[in-house]
Design a protein around this ligand. Sequence first.
Ligand SMILES: [Zn+2]
Length: 327
Amino acid sequence: MLLKKLLPGDEQLELDTLELGADALILTVHATTPEAQCPVCHHSSRHIHGVYLRKPLDLSRAGFVVRIHWHVRRFKCKDLGCAKITFAEQIPEVIAPYARRTTRLADQQRQVAYIAGGEPGGQLMTSVATPASPDTLLRLIRATPEEDYPTPRVLGVDDWAKRKGQTYGAILVDLERRRPVELLKDRTAATLAAWLLAHPGIEIISRDRGSEMIKGAGDGAPQAIQVADRWHLLKNLREALERFLESKPASLKAAVEKSTEEAVGSDVGSQSLLIDNGMNNLFRSGKISRQRPPKGSKCAKRRNVCVLKPSRLCSQKGLARIKSPGS
Ligand SMILES: [Zn+2]
């Protein structure tokens, strides 16, 4: 009973023998059905023409490679008018035609390929005794049928780098379902418009500020409302603020002086100012030196925060030392 359960498709296949080799477990099986159906005329036949052997891999067991030895029967079609003279029995839910692995092993390898990719996935599969080359894993991904998505109501359009800095396409995302729906080969207006015309019903398009995207969205979905995405809204706001502040240097200087005076008047502000003054004195005296931490490191992030709010990050002991640099 246990051995039977080890088989893929235990209802369709029956175990004949089990051999344990040096590094492989070989399960010899045959199909349980007495007849098979012709794939062309769909007539059933029990007339066996011959038998041949298929050796697909299956899921590993206890570190052993498991190979199925399936004696496949070739039947003779009884319909004299059929184009098929003979045909081989098939159990596609267990082993796909011409496949070199069982369906359940292919499912497992496809999952690994999606998660780990080609090279790491190949190494992982070898370590669990179901070897598969990186190319095989990538082929499994490419052979997976694409899911059919409904046309999004709210569509996001943005750049997508095939090769960063060199080749770019456009990625289309269903913003309500939070799923990518298409990768366009380039960022031209014509390509985007063609896709939009083939998928009517989009109500809102969130896009960047590129002229091609604006034109493509207008040509392909003139009824849709075009909005700038959040990142570009914030970028617009930041740039507008920068331009405004650059045009008011006198006001900016006055605001800084006023802010400094107010900070001196408050406890926290005076503490911050004392720390800044104390640190500057230490730098000037040469007792400590400025060292730039590695870019992106936790230390670098903390340093930035420390400049903004030093009083919240320094210990009481350290604070005491910094508050009295001249003593
Ligand atoms: Zn036939």
